[in-house]
Design a protein around this ligand. Structure first.
Ligand SMILES: [Zn+2]
Length: 277
């Protein structure tokens, strides 16, 4: 009886802690962001840099591959903006925290070449099926990285701005540096399994902690290399590994949610472990 009560109390605490951290960002403060590009990027702190053709640079430019999914940095509602010659295909995200984000230079190409034949519409600039004014959850795709507007012909990039309380733009860099990165990207609700390769940090009867180096996601068959994240996986059966082992861990099939794509603690379970000889 005593044990059961203790278990229920601890479960309630876990649920309360989860709800507090994930569901209710503090009003007015910029929350921990989901990194807005779901793929490899290079960027630097170019906020405030002088621009010959206008005011100082009000955001950070995240350089990446054309048509890489861009995702909601926090939960909120979106507004499409399609009439700015300089911004090109643009999106406003009004976050639940009160912070507003701008996504600029979204894709306007039909092919992978710089054809400029696409319009600022869902499926080209914005995520397939996304409607102007729609509610989105953190990590949900809102668009595709591109080079529309005055980025045309320059390296495809997402120009990203952060406006606390909907006011003036502040430097996004510290928020981007602290952001959580999706391990891979899939449409929310779709099934996937991962092959995670790396070094075992620790292994207990119920969990396995892995320092990642590479990842492969199925059935989308995307590969990522040079990873640095650590993931903690639930182990339904104790895995026969020890700290320091080089291993490939196959995860049990799961549905794409923000937590599973972030590789949050115990959001994924181990199906099989292969230790490198
Ligand atoms: Zn920019």
């Amino acid at each position: 009886m005593g044990h059961r009560v203790a278990l229920l109390v601890s479960l309630a605490l876990v649920l309360a802690a989860t709800a507090a951290s994930a569901a209710t960002p503090k009003k007015g403060a910029v929350p921990t962001l989901v990194f807005p590009v779901a793929g490899a990027t290079t960027y630097q702190d170019d906020f405030g840099d002088a621009r010959s053709d206008g005011p100082p640079h009000p955001g950070n430019d995240l350089l990446g591959t054309k048509k890489t999914p861009v995702v909601a940095a926090e939960s909120g509602t979106v507004k499409f903006w399609t009439t700015s010659a300089t911004a090109g295909c643009m999106l406003y995200l009004y976050g639940d925290s009160g912070t507003m984000y701008e996504y600029i230079h979204l894709n306007n190409d039909v092919t992978m070449r710089n054809d400029n034949r696409g319009k600022c519409v869902a499926g080209t600039a914005y995520a397939k099926g996304l409607k102007d004014g729609a509610r989105v959850t953190a990590g949900q795709q809102v668009g595709y990285l591109g080079d529309s507007g005055d980025a045309n012909g320059i390296h495809p990039h997402l120009h990203f701005e952060v406006h606390p309380k909907g006011g003036a733009a502040v430097d996004p860099f510290p928020y981007l540096q602290a952001a959580e990165h999706l391990l891979f990207f899939a449409k929310l609700g779709t099934p996937f399994t991962l092959a995670l390769t790396g070094t075992v940090v620790s292994a207990t009867a119920s969990s396995l902690k892995l320092q990642l180096t590479t990842l492969q996601a199925f059935p989308m068959n995307v590969k990522s290399k040079g990873l640095t994240q650590t993931v903690t996986l639930a182990t339904p059966q104790p895995a026969e590994v020890a700290a320091g082992d080089q291993a490939t861990v196959w995860t049990q099939p799961a549905l794409a949610t923000l937590k599973s794509m972030l590789g949050a603690d115990n959001a994924l379970s181990v199906a099989l472990v292969q230790v490198a000889p």
